[in-house]
Design a protein around this ligand. Structure first.
Ligand SMILES: [Zn+2]
Length: 252
């Protein structure tokens, strides 16, 4: 059996979620994976750790357990820029994500809203999405891009190949490679294999994430692990901050 870290993205009791850290630890042990908790830390997401003070309490609580201490930060939100260095240094690793992308006009398109600010085609959206992703990769000192293929609700049902053309896949993979950010195979928002294969072939590190918000979902990385192995990724090369380090250490 595997013994991999997994970014549970667990919505623990810190963000008013259903799970306690103890439950996440127990569940991970039962699935034979090493737990990594990465609650959402943002001013702009419901039920998130939403202030510097709350992030301090969150990290202090995680330090009581044998878990990796992660956090998922929204690129479009300011909270990740506000964390003081001494607090950043207490994270074992950090994740960045696009819960909103910025349009050239300055407006935001949120991932979990159906409202679009004006008539926007899927091509317009994807162009802006890639621009935001490239900016995230340049700006954010994170180790992992969470759920890399998540797009806004209005376009989420479109065929993967239409949204993620090979040219767009190329842009994403190059941005991650240049910044040393790992590609997460999310169990919740599963990427298509062609894209993951492209990332692996370019030498982008792979990370496994359950993005689990309930006891049944948390720490379940069976499908992402199977995909990584199918593409020839060795278990020891799957992102583990204990083995591969983290950008948080640079600031410690
Ligand atoms: Zn997320």
């Amino acid at each position: 059996m595997s013994w991999q870290p997994v970014d549970c993205h667990a919505h623990t009791n810190f963000s008013d979620g259903a799970l306690t850290i103890a439950q996440v630890v127990e569940r991970a042990a039962s699935l034979n994976v090493f737990p990594s908790v990465a609650d959402h830390i943002s001013h702009d997401v419901a039920r998130a750790v939403d202030s510097v003070e709350a992030a301090r309490e969150y990290i202090a609580a995680l330090e009581e357990y044998d878990v990796l201490r992660g956090g998922e930060f929204c690129w479009h939100d300011s909270l990740w820029r506000e964390l003081p260095d001494d607090l950043v240094a207490r994270f074992t690793h950090r994740l960045g994500s696009l819960h909103a992308i910025r349009l050239p006009t300055g407006g935001l398109v949120h991932a979990f809203s159906r409202r679009l600010p004006g008539p926007i085609t899927p091509d317009d959206y994807m162009w802006a999405h890639l621009e935001s992703l490239e900016t995230l990769a340049r700006e954010m000192p994170v180790d992992i891009l969470s759920h890399p293929t998540l797009v806004t609700l209005s376009f989420r049902e479109l065929p993967t190949d239409e949204l993620w053309t090979e040219e767009r896949e190329e842009r994403m993979v190059e941005a991650l490679h240049a910044s040393g950010i790992a590609f997460e195979i999310s169990n919740r928002y599963r990427p298509h294999e062609r894209l993951v294969k492209r990332a692996v072939e370019r030498g982008v590190r792979i990370s496994l994430g359950s993005d689990g918000h309930t006891l049944a979902q948390v720490a379940d990385i069976a499908a992402p692990l199977a995909m990584a192995r199918r593409l020839g990724v060795r278990d020891e090369d799957i992102y583990d901050p204990r083995r591969h380090g983290s950008k948080t250490a640079v600031r410690a």
